[in-house]
Design a binder for this molecule. Structure first.
Ligand SMILES: Cc1ncc(COP(=O)(O)O)c(C=O)c1O
Length: 402
Protein backbone atom coordinates (compact mmCIF):
# COMPACT_ATOMS: atom_id res chain seq x y z
CA UNK A 1 0.00 0.00 0.00
CA UNK A 2 1.30 3.42 -0.93
CA UNK A 3 1.89 5.93 1.89
CA UNK A 4 2.76 9.50 0.97
CA UNK A 5 5.97 10.86 2.50
CA UNK A 6 4.75 14.39 3.04
CA UNK A 7 5.23 16.51 6.16
CA UNK A 8 1.51 16.83 6.87
CA UNK A 9 2.00 18.45 10.26
CA UNK A 10 3.75 21.45 8.77
CA UNK A 11 0.91 21.89 6.25
CA UNK A 12 -1.66 22.43 8.96
CA UNK A 13 0.29 25.48 10.12
CA UNK A 14 -0.87 27.27 6.96
CA UNK A 15 -4.09 25.50 6.08
CA UNK A 16 -7.09 24.65 8.24
CA UNK A 17 -8.27 21.11 8.75
CA UNK A 18 -10.17 19.13 7.54
CA UNK A 19 -7.71 19.40 4.67
CA UNK A 20 -7.53 17.35 1.49
CA UNK A 21 -3.93 17.11 0.25
CA UNK A 22 -3.25 15.75 -3.24
CA UNK A 23 0.17 14.64 -4.40
CA UNK A 24 0.31 15.25 -8.16
CA UNK A 25 3.53 13.27 -8.65
CA UNK A 26 1.70 10.08 -7.69
CA UNK A 27 -0.98 10.71 -10.32
CA UNK A 28 1.74 11.17 -12.92
CA UNK A 29 3.44 7.96 -11.82
CA UNK A 30 0.25 5.90 -12.20
CA UNK A 31 -0.67 7.50 -15.53
CA UNK A 32 2.77 6.72 -16.93
CA UNK A 33 2.64 3.18 -15.55
CA UNK A 34 -0.62 2.48 -17.36
CA UNK A 35 0.60 3.93 -20.64
CA UNK A 36 3.87 1.97 -20.39
CA UNK A 37 2.08 -1.29 -19.58
CA UNK A 38 0.16 -1.03 -22.84
CA UNK A 39 2.87 0.57 -24.97
CA UNK A 40 2.43 -2.16 -27.60
CA UNK A 41 -1.12 -0.88 -28.18
CA UNK A 42 -2.49 2.44 -29.35
CA UNK A 43 -3.61 3.13 -25.81
CA UNK A 44 -5.61 6.13 -24.70
CA UNK A 45 -6.62 6.89 -21.12
CA UNK A 46 -9.82 8.78 -20.33
CA UNK A 47 -9.80 9.84 -16.70
CA UNK A 48 -13.13 9.11 -14.95
CA UNK A 49 -13.58 12.63 -13.67
CA UNK A 50 -16.32 11.68 -11.24
CA UNK A 51 -13.58 10.23 -9.03
CA UNK A 52 -12.23 13.72 -8.35
CA UNK A 53 -13.27 16.86 -10.22
CA UNK A 54 -10.81 19.23 -8.56
CA UNK A 55 -10.15 21.52 -11.56
CA UNK A 56 -6.39 21.56 -11.02
CA UNK A 57 -6.28 17.76 -11.01
CA UNK A 58 -8.45 17.53 -14.14
CA UNK A 59 -6.16 19.93 -16.00
CA UNK A 60 -3.06 18.18 -14.70
CA UNK A 61 -4.25 14.78 -15.95
CA UNK A 62 -5.36 16.25 -19.27
CA UNK A 63 -1.93 17.79 -19.75
CA UNK A 64 -0.34 14.39 -19.10
CA UNK A 65 -2.15 13.28 -22.26
CA UNK A 66 -5.38 11.80 -20.95
CA UNK A 67 -8.87 12.51 -22.18
CA UNK A 68 -11.83 12.68 -19.82
CA UNK A 69 -14.69 10.26 -19.20
CA UNK A 70 -17.78 12.17 -18.12
CA UNK A 71 -21.09 10.99 -16.68
CA UNK A 72 -23.19 14.16 -16.61
CA UNK A 73 -23.71 17.22 -18.82
CA UNK A 74 -22.10 19.41 -16.16
CA UNK A 75 -18.97 17.25 -16.12
CA UNK A 76 -18.77 17.82 -19.90
CA UNK A 77 -19.10 21.57 -19.40
CA UNK A 78 -16.42 21.58 -16.72
CA UNK A 79 -14.00 19.61 -18.90
CA UNK A 80 -14.57 21.91 -21.90
CA UNK A 81 -14.17 25.00 -19.73
CA UNK A 82 -10.88 23.62 -18.42
CA UNK A 83 -9.60 23.39 -21.98
CA UNK A 84 -10.14 19.68 -22.68
CA UNK A 85 -10.79 19.21 -26.41
CA UNK A 86 -14.21 17.82 -27.28
CA UNK A 87 -12.53 14.98 -29.20
CA UNK A 88 -10.92 13.92 -25.91
CA UNK A 89 -14.20 13.64 -23.99
CA UNK A 90 -16.43 10.56 -23.76
CA UNK A 91 -19.90 10.82 -22.27
CA UNK A 92 -20.96 7.68 -20.40
CA UNK A 93 -24.16 8.75 -18.75
CA UNK A 94 -27.20 6.68 -17.96
CA UNK A 95 -30.95 7.34 -17.80
CA UNK A 96 -30.73 10.53 -19.84
CA UNK A 97 -33.61 12.82 -20.74
CA UNK A 98 -33.96 13.88 -24.38
CA UNK A 99 -32.94 17.40 -23.33
CA UNK A 100 -29.73 16.04 -21.82
CA UNK A 101 -29.03 14.03 -24.98
CA UNK A 102 -29.54 17.15 -27.09
CA UNK A 103 -27.43 19.36 -24.83
CA UNK A 104 -24.53 16.92 -24.59
CA UNK A 105 -24.71 16.04 -28.30
CA UNK A 106 -24.49 19.69 -29.30
CA UNK A 107 -21.19 19.95 -27.44
CA UNK A 108 -19.77 17.46 -29.95
CA UNK A 109 -18.53 14.79 -27.53
CA UNK A 110 -18.75 11.07 -28.26
CA UNK A 111 -21.65 9.31 -26.54
CA UNK A 112 -21.14 5.95 -24.88
CA UNK A 113 -24.70 4.64 -24.73
CA UNK A 114 -25.73 1.90 -22.35
CA UNK A 115 -29.39 1.21 -23.14
CA UNK A 116 -31.39 0.57 -26.29
CA UNK A 117 -33.88 3.27 -25.23
CA UNK A 118 -31.16 5.94 -25.13
CA UNK A 119 -29.62 4.61 -28.34
CA UNK A 120 -32.98 4.90 -30.10
CA UNK A 121 -33.63 8.42 -28.77
CA UNK A 122 -30.04 9.51 -29.52
CA UNK A 123 -30.43 8.14 -33.06
CA UNK A 124 -33.63 10.12 -33.59
CA UNK A 125 -31.97 13.34 -32.42
CA UNK A 126 -28.51 12.85 -33.99
CA UNK A 127 -28.85 10.46 -36.96
CA UNK A 128 -25.81 9.57 -39.08
CA UNK A 129 -23.28 10.18 -36.29
CA UNK A 130 -20.69 8.06 -34.49
CA UNK A 131 -21.41 6.32 -31.18
CA UNK A 132 -19.74 4.05 -28.66
CA UNK A 133 -21.86 1.30 -27.10
CA UNK A 134 -21.61 0.27 -23.47
CA UNK A 135 -22.29 -3.43 -22.97
CA UNK A 136 -22.90 -5.23 -19.72
CA UNK A 137 -20.09 -7.82 -19.67
CA UNK A 138 -22.17 -10.35 -17.73
CA UNK A 139 -19.58 -10.60 -14.94
CA UNK A 140 -20.15 -9.48 -11.36
CA UNK A 141 -16.98 -8.04 -9.83
CA UNK A 142 -15.86 -5.09 -7.75
CA UNK A 143 -14.94 -4.32 -4.16
CA UNK A 144 -18.56 -3.84 -2.96
CA UNK A 145 -22.00 -4.74 -4.28
CA UNK A 146 -22.81 -1.04 -4.70
CA UNK A 147 -19.98 -0.58 -7.20
CA UNK A 148 -20.42 -3.77 -9.21
CA UNK A 149 -21.91 -2.76 -12.53
CA UNK A 150 -22.14 -6.04 -14.48
CA UNK A 151 -24.49 -9.01 -14.26
CA UNK A 152 -28.07 -9.67 -15.36
CA UNK A 153 -29.72 -7.34 -12.83
CA UNK A 154 -27.52 -4.29 -13.38
CA UNK A 155 -28.92 -0.98 -14.61
CA UNK A 156 -25.70 -0.41 -16.58
CA UNK A 157 -24.90 -1.39 -20.13
CA UNK A 158 -26.71 -3.23 -22.90
CA UNK A 159 -27.01 -6.99 -22.43
CA UNK A 160 -24.67 -8.90 -24.72
CA UNK A 161 -27.55 -10.87 -26.20
CA UNK A 162 -29.26 -7.66 -27.36
CA UNK A 163 -26.73 -7.15 -30.17
CA UNK A 164 -29.27 -7.76 -32.93
CA UNK A 165 -31.65 -5.15 -31.50
CA UNK A 166 -28.75 -2.70 -31.26
CA UNK A 167 -27.72 -3.34 -34.86
CA UNK A 168 -31.27 -2.69 -36.05
CA UNK A 169 -31.46 0.66 -34.20
CA UNK A 170 -28.07 1.72 -35.54
CA UNK A 171 -29.03 0.76 -39.11
CA UNK A 172 -32.34 2.64 -38.84
CA UNK A 173 -30.61 5.89 -37.81
CA UNK A 174 -27.37 5.50 -39.78
CA UNK A 175 -25.31 5.33 -36.58
CA UNK A 176 -21.75 4.20 -36.95
CA UNK A 177 -20.48 2.18 -33.96
CA UNK A 178 -16.86 3.23 -33.49
CA UNK A 179 -16.35 2.00 -29.92
CA UNK A 180 -17.32 -1.05 -27.89
CA UNK A 181 -17.15 -0.51 -24.14
CA UNK A 182 -17.62 -2.27 -20.84
CA UNK A 183 -17.09 -1.24 -17.26
CA UNK A 184 -17.38 -4.17 -14.90
CA UNK A 185 -17.07 -2.52 -11.51
CA UNK A 186 -14.71 -0.59 -9.28
CA UNK A 187 -11.75 -2.02 -7.36
CA UNK A 188 -11.62 -5.42 -9.12
CA UNK A 189 -9.15 -7.58 -7.19
CA UNK A 190 -9.80 -10.72 -9.16
CA UNK A 191 -7.86 -10.59 -12.44
CA UNK A 192 -9.73 -13.57 -13.82
CA UNK A 193 -13.07 -11.76 -13.41
CA UNK A 194 -11.70 -8.72 -15.25
CA UNK A 195 -10.38 -10.95 -18.04
CA UNK A 196 -13.65 -12.86 -18.29
CA UNK A 197 -15.42 -9.53 -18.81
CA UNK A 198 -12.88 -8.65 -21.52
CA UNK A 199 -13.42 -12.00 -23.23
CA UNK A 200 -17.21 -11.63 -23.13
CA UNK A 201 -16.97 -8.18 -24.69
CA UNK A 202 -14.46 -9.12 -27.38
CA UNK A 203 -16.68 -12.01 -28.47
CA UNK A 204 -19.25 -9.62 -29.94
CA UNK A 205 -16.72 -7.50 -31.86
CA UNK A 206 -16.91 -8.93 -35.35
CA UNK A 207 -16.99 -7.16 -38.73
CA UNK A 208 -20.45 -8.69 -39.23
CA UNK A 209 -21.82 -7.13 -36.02
CA UNK A 210 -19.96 -3.83 -36.03
CA UNK A 211 -17.95 -3.06 -39.22
CA UNK A 212 -16.76 0.44 -38.18
CA UNK A 213 -15.10 -0.21 -34.81
CA UNK A 214 -12.07 1.97 -34.05
CA UNK A 215 -11.52 1.18 -30.37
CA UNK A 216 -12.32 -1.15 -27.51
CA UNK A 217 -12.84 0.46 -24.11
CA UNK A 218 -12.38 -1.64 -20.98
CA UNK A 219 -13.61 1.03 -18.57
CA UNK A 220 -12.18 1.53 -15.08
CA UNK A 221 -11.93 -0.84 -12.15
CA UNK A 222 -8.13 -1.21 -12.19
CA UNK A 223 -7.15 -2.29 -8.72
CA UNK A 224 -4.90 -0.50 -6.27
CA UNK A 225 -4.35 -1.58 -2.65
CA UNK A 226 -6.09 0.37 0.10
CA UNK A 227 -4.92 -1.67 3.08
CA UNK A 228 -1.56 -3.14 4.19
CA UNK A 229 -3.09 -6.63 3.74
CA UNK A 230 -3.73 -6.09 0.04
CA UNK A 231 -1.08 -6.88 -2.56
CA UNK A 232 -0.15 -4.61 -5.44
CA UNK A 233 -1.67 -6.09 -8.61
CA UNK A 234 0.55 -8.06 -10.95
CA UNK A 235 0.05 -5.49 -13.68
CA UNK A 236 2.65 -6.97 -16.03
CA UNK A 237 0.74 -10.25 -16.16
CA UNK A 238 -2.54 -8.39 -16.45
CA UNK A 239 -1.30 -6.32 -19.40
CA UNK A 240 0.33 -9.19 -21.23
CA UNK A 241 -2.82 -11.32 -20.95
CA UNK A 242 -4.97 -8.50 -22.28
CA UNK A 243 -2.55 -7.86 -25.13
CA UNK A 244 -2.69 -11.55 -26.11
CA UNK A 245 -6.49 -11.35 -26.26
CA UNK A 246 -6.29 -8.17 -28.33
CA UNK A 247 -3.82 -9.69 -30.79
CA UNK A 248 -6.35 -12.43 -31.54
CA UNK A 249 -9.16 -9.90 -31.87
CA UNK A 250 -7.17 -7.67 -34.22
CA UNK A 251 -6.39 -10.65 -36.41
CA UNK A 252 -9.99 -11.84 -36.60
CA UNK A 253 -11.35 -8.31 -37.00
CA UNK A 254 -8.84 -7.53 -39.73
CA UNK A 255 -7.33 -4.38 -38.26
CA UNK A 256 -5.63 -3.06 -35.14
CA UNK A 257 -8.09 -1.29 -32.85
CA UNK A 258 -7.19 1.42 -30.36
CA UNK A 259 -7.41 0.52 -26.68
CA UNK A 260 -9.12 2.80 -24.18
CA UNK A 261 -9.25 2.68 -20.38
CA UNK A 262 -11.15 5.04 -18.11
CA UNK A 263 -9.61 4.74 -14.67
CA UNK A 264 -10.62 6.78 -11.67
CA UNK A 265 -9.16 5.17 -8.55
CA UNK A 266 -6.03 3.90 -10.29
CA UNK A 267 -5.01 7.43 -11.19
CA UNK A 268 -6.06 9.50 -8.19
CA UNK A 269 -6.89 7.39 -5.10
CA UNK A 270 -3.34 7.19 -3.76
CA UNK A 271 -2.63 10.84 -4.42
CA UNK A 272 -5.15 12.03 -1.83
CA UNK A 273 -5.09 12.26 1.96
CA UNK A 274 -7.53 13.81 4.38
CA UNK A 275 -5.93 15.49 7.39
CA UNK A 276 -8.33 15.80 10.32
CA UNK A 277 -8.07 16.77 13.97
CA UNK A 278 -9.32 14.93 17.06
CA UNK A 279 -11.60 17.09 19.19
CA UNK A 280 -12.88 14.62 21.77
CA UNK A 281 -11.77 11.37 23.34
CA UNK A 282 -14.49 9.31 24.99
CA UNK A 283 -13.79 6.28 27.18
CA UNK A 284 -16.93 4.10 27.34
CA UNK A 285 -15.65 1.79 30.08
CA UNK A 286 -12.54 0.87 28.12
CA UNK A 287 -14.05 1.31 24.63
CA UNK A 288 -12.19 4.30 23.22
CA UNK A 289 -13.84 6.65 20.74
CA UNK A 290 -11.87 9.40 18.99
CA UNK A 291 -14.22 12.14 17.76
CA UNK A 292 -12.85 14.23 14.90
CA UNK A 293 -13.59 17.51 13.15
CA UNK A 294 -14.67 15.73 9.92
CA UNK A 295 -17.19 13.04 9.06
CA UNK A 296 -18.96 11.11 6.33
CA UNK A 297 -20.02 14.43 4.84
CA UNK A 298 -16.34 14.74 3.80
CA UNK A 299 -15.40 11.11 3.20
CA UNK A 300 -18.28 8.71 2.73
CA UNK A 301 -16.58 5.56 1.46
CA UNK A 302 -16.42 3.73 4.82
CA UNK A 303 -20.13 4.38 5.37
CA UNK A 304 -21.24 3.83 1.77
CA UNK A 305 -19.10 0.82 0.88
CA UNK A 306 -17.68 -0.47 4.18
CA UNK A 307 -14.40 0.65 2.64
CA UNK A 308 -11.14 0.37 4.56
CA UNK A 309 -9.09 3.55 4.66
CA UNK A 310 -5.70 3.38 6.33
CA UNK A 311 -5.38 5.94 9.15
CA UNK A 312 -2.22 7.16 10.86
CA UNK A 313 -1.71 9.35 13.91
CA UNK A 314 0.69 11.93 12.49
CA UNK A 315 1.10 13.95 15.68
CA UNK A 316 1.81 11.03 18.04
CA UNK A 317 3.28 8.30 15.83
CA UNK A 318 5.19 6.61 18.65
CA UNK A 319 2.44 6.50 21.29
CA UNK A 320 1.30 3.30 22.99
CA UNK A 321 -0.90 1.23 20.66
CA UNK A 322 -4.58 1.22 21.65
CA UNK A 323 -7.83 0.35 19.93
CA UNK A 324 -10.17 3.16 18.78
CA UNK A 325 -13.36 3.83 16.94
CA UNK A 326 -12.58 6.87 14.78
CA UNK A 327 -15.78 8.83 14.28
CA UNK A 328 -16.96 12.13 12.85
CA UNK A 329 -18.89 15.14 14.07
CA UNK A 330 -22.06 14.43 12.09
CA UNK A 331 -25.28 13.78 13.97
CA UNK A 332 -25.68 10.19 12.81
CA UNK A 333 -24.63 6.87 14.42
CA UNK A 334 -23.13 5.53 11.20
CA UNK A 335 -20.70 8.44 10.97
CA UNK A 336 -17.67 6.25 11.38
CA UNK A 337 -14.28 6.18 9.62
CA UNK A 338 -13.04 3.01 11.36
CA UNK A 339 -13.99 0.66 14.20
CA UNK A 340 -11.58 -1.02 16.59
CA UNK A 341 -8.59 0.45 14.76
CA UNK A 342 -5.20 -0.09 16.46
CA UNK A 343 -3.32 3.21 16.53
CA UNK A 344 -0.67 4.98 18.62
CA UNK A 345 -2.38 6.70 21.53
CA UNK A 346 -4.73 9.44 20.31
CA UNK A 347 -4.95 12.57 22.44
CA UNK A 348 -7.36 15.46 22.05
CA UNK A 349 -5.79 17.85 19.55
CA UNK A 350 -3.89 15.12 17.65
CA UNK A 351 -3.96 15.05 13.85
CA UNK A 352 -4.99 11.92 11.99
CA UNK A 353 -4.37 11.23 8.34
CA UNK A 354 -6.83 9.23 6.25
CA UNK A 355 -4.92 7.72 3.35
CA UNK A 356 -5.97 6.83 -0.21
CA UNK A 357 -8.53 9.61 -0.14
CA UNK A 358 -8.10 10.91 -3.69
CA UNK A 359 -10.97 9.06 -5.39
CA UNK A 360 -14.69 9.26 -4.60
CA UNK A 361 -13.98 11.21 -1.41
CA UNK A 362 -14.18 14.98 -1.96
CA UNK A 363 -16.30 14.37 -5.07
CA UNK A 364 -18.91 12.60 -2.93
CA UNK A 365 -18.75 15.15 -0.11
CA UNK A 366 -21.81 17.13 0.92
CA UNK A 367 -22.97 19.93 3.17
CA UNK A 368 -24.92 17.56 5.40
CA UNK A 369 -25.50 19.08 8.85
CA UNK A 370 -24.61 22.37 7.12
CA UNK A 371 -20.92 21.79 7.51
CA UNK A 372 -18.71 23.22 4.80
CA UNK A 373 -16.68 21.18 2.36
CA UNK A 374 -12.98 20.90 3.30
CA UNK A 375 -10.08 22.94 1.99
CA UNK A 376 -8.10 21.26 -0.82
CA UNK A 377 -4.47 21.71 -1.80
CA UNK A 378 -2.36 20.14 -4.54
CA UNK A 379 1.36 19.53 -4.13
CA UNK A 380 4.19 19.04 -6.56
CA UNK A 381 6.93 17.59 -4.38
CA UNK A 382 6.42 19.53 -1.15
CA UNK A 383 5.36 22.72 -2.92
CA UNK A 384 1.72 23.80 -2.78
CA UNK A 385 0.75 24.55 -6.38
CA UNK A 386 -2.99 24.92 -5.94
CA UNK A 387 -5.19 25.94 -3.02
CA UNK A 388 -8.98 25.80 -2.94
CA UNK A 389 -10.19 27.24 0.38
CA UNK A 390 -13.16 25.78 2.20
CA UNK A 391 -16.35 27.79 1.62
CA UNK A 392 -17.22 29.94 4.62
CA UNK A 393 -20.41 29.20 6.61
CA UNK A 394 -21.66 32.62 5.46
CA UNK A 395 -21.27 31.67 1.78
CA UNK A 396 -23.06 28.40 2.45
CA UNK A 397 -26.01 30.20 4.02
CA UNK A 398 -26.03 32.80 1.24
CA UNK A 399 -26.28 29.95 -1.31
CA UNK A 400 -29.22 28.46 0.60
CA UNK A 401 -31.03 31.73 0.83
CA UNK A 402 -30.55 32.29 -2.91
C1 LIG B 1 -18.43 3.98 -16.58
C2 LIG B 1 -17.34 4.08 -15.61
N1 LIG B 1 -16.07 4.20 -16.06
C3 LIG B 1 -15.03 4.31 -15.21
C4 LIG B 1 -15.21 4.31 -13.85
C5 LIG B 1 -14.01 4.43 -12.97
O1 LIG B 1 -13.87 3.34 -12.12
P1 LIG B 1 -12.61 3.21 -11.18
O2 LIG B 1 -12.54 4.43 -10.35
O3 LIG B 1 -12.85 1.99 -10.39
O4 LIG B 1 -11.42 3.07 -12.07
C6 LIG B 1 -16.49 4.16 -13.34
C7 LIG B 1 -16.70 4.12 -11.90
O5 LIG B 1 -17.44 3.39 -11.33
C8 LIG B 1 -17.59 4.05 -14.23
O6 LIG B 1 -18.84 3.90 -13.78
Amino acid sequence: MYLNQIDFLSLRENYPTPLYVYELDRIKFRYQQLVDLFSSQNVKVHYAVKANFNPHIVQFINKLGAGIDTVSPTEIKLALQLGVKKEDIIFTANNLTNEEIREAGESGVLFNLGSTSELERYGQIFPNTKVCLRFNPDVIAGSHTKIQTGGPLSKFGILLDHVEEVKAICAKHGLSVVGIHKHTGSGIKDQSAYLQAVDNLLAIITPENFPDVEFTDFGGGLFIPYSPDEQEYDYDRFASTICERLAKLHESYGKKLNLYFEPGKFLVAESGNLLIQVNTIKDNNGHLIAGTNSGFNHLARPVMYDAYHHITNVSNPNGEIKSYDIVGNICETGDNFASGRELPEIREGDYLLIHNAGAYCFSMASNYNLRSLPTEICLTGEEVVHHKPAPTPESLIAQLLG
